[in-house]
Design a protein around this ligand. Structure first.
Ligand code: SF4
Length: 108
């Protein structure tokens, strides 16, 4: 999650998919580690992981979802347990939010 927050800060903002998509990824991950995620969040994360690189102008946006992809590839159970049982399987995730932000999903 820290990496996604860092990437959201470092995006120059020139193109919309990177500027907004990386922030959405970071926000969704914040919700998941705070045990506020819902099952649909994983699908939205997958959408953004393909949407951001496809619409980005430089290599930053193309590579930005890679930490998310790697985490989901190697630790899928970690995401599932946070969402389904509202607890961290390793006991290391620190909640950063107290409530869930509801945003309208606009991707087709
Ligand atoms: S993809 Fe590159 S040019 Fe586009 S907003 Fe991100 S950092 Fe800027």
């Amino acid at each position: 999650m820290e990496r996604s927050n860092y990437l959201a800060i470092e995006s120059c903002g020139k193109c919309v998919p990177c500027r907004l998509g990386v922030k959405r990824i970071a926000g969704l991950l914040e919700g998941i580690v705070s045990d506020l995620g819902v099952s649909g969040d994983l699908d939205v994360l997958d959408e953004f992981a393909s949407y951001v690189p496809n619409g980005s102008l430089c290599g930053f946006g193309v590579q930005a979802p890679n930490p998310l992809r790697t985490a989901k590839h190697y630790w899928p159970d970690h995401f599932q347990m946070h969402i389904e049982e509202q607890q961290c399987p390793t006991g290391t995730c620190v909640p950063v939010r107290a409530h869930r932000f509801v945003t309208k999903h606009v991707l087709p």
